[in-house]
Design a protein around this ligand. Structure first.
Ligand SMILES: NC(=O)c1ccc[n+]([C@@H]2O[C@H](COP(=O)([O-])OP(=O)(O)OC[C@H]3O[C@@H](n4cnc5c(N)ncnc54)[C@H](O)[C@@H]3O)[C@@H](O)[C@H]2O)c1
Length: 269
């Protein structure tokens, strides 16, 4: 008999505070029947909002939340260890924490700005996926969703960006950090295929979140990027969450190392 949900395992979502992509992924996982969800974010206040949204969506869901800095290797290891102590395993790792940084050409950018963007977007993503992989490697695979689907030991979805695929003016560090996430996703996908772990990434276009609408300045800054995309609108975090859930689920059982664009056509234009 097929399981009642596509997500019988344990989920971890980073950058899950507030109204962004991570928060929507966590809520969507709950809505689709994932009953054990761990979330983290730099901002404890935003994280609490997500806890409340998950509980309002599905009252029975067990949520573990802890705020912390994803660039801090000790925090990431300790958080993931606590998740395993609490829930016994990690099946879906969704690494969403990220920052945009200022609009600057390389000659104008100081080392602190360059490091900040790379430390969160690339190093933080690597630290998270490394800890998730370490946990996944120690666990038995979950049975396949149907007799025709193989068992899955774990699935990781890293959030890259359309700017990991194409360039944009005045965003060298951000673009490079997201290209790095795509490269890391591919390399990890090769390494962990033999362990029945799938690693993919999603490359969102301009999505309506605090990152893109937090100030008038940033909304104006991104307006040309919205106009470039054939669909001529900002995407919704729910639309990105749908792609993430597909890649986590056994419906994507043969999808490996993929960079899935969810960008209203930006990168084809
Ligand atoms: N919104 C977009 O248009 C867009 C487009 C492409 C890619 N992305 C990527 O999607 C991801 C989510 O972005 P979003 O749009 O939901 O933005 P967001 O700002 O709403 O969410 C990002 C979250 O990451 C958290 N975060 C930042 N630095 C952190 C750190 N050091 N440690 C832990 N948490 C930290 C923030 O507190 C925030 O809650 C990011 O990786 C972003 O680069 C977003």
């Amino acid at each position: 008999m097929a399981p009642a949900t596509l997500f019988p395992g344990v989920a971890v979502v980073t950058g899950a505070g507030g109204v962004g992509i991570g928060a929507h992924v966590a809520v969507a996982l709950a809505a689709e029947g994932c009953s054990r969800i761990a979330i983290t974010d730099l901002r404890g206040d935003l994280l609490e909002q997500t806890v409340q949204k998950i509980k309002a969506t599905k009252p029975g869901v067990e949520v573990f939340s802890e705020s912390g800095d994803i660039t801090n290797a000790d925090f990431v290891s300790s958080f993931m260890k606590k998740v395993v102590e609490r829930f016994g395993r990690i099946d879906y790792g969704v690494n969403c924490a990220g920052i945009l940084g200022k609009d600057e050409r390389s000659d104008e950018m100081d080392l602190a700005s360059f490091d900040a963007v790379n430390n969160v977007n690339y190093r933080g993503c690597w630290l998270s996926s490394r800890a998730e992989l370490q946990a996944m490697l120690k666990q038995e695979p979950l049975p396949g969703a149907s007799p025709s689907r193989p068992a899955q030991r774990g699935a990781i979805v890293n959030i890259a960006s359309q700017l990991g695929i194409v360039g944009r003016p005045q965003a060298p560090a951000y673009c490079a950090s997201k290209s790095a996430v795509i490269g890391m996703t591919r390399a990890d996908a090769i390494d962990y295929s033999k362990d029945d772990i799938r690693i993919n990434c999603v490359c969102p276009g301009v999505i309506k979140t605090a990152m893109t609408t937090g100030t008038e300045e940033v909304t104006e800054r991104l307006a040309p990027a919205v106009r470039i995309a054939p669909m001529q609108r900002m995407g919704l975090p729910e639309e990105v969450a749908d792609a993430v859930l597909f890649l986590c689920s056994p419906k994507a059982s043969f999808v490996q190392g993929h960079a899935m664009v969810v960008d209203g056509g930006y990168t084809i234009n």
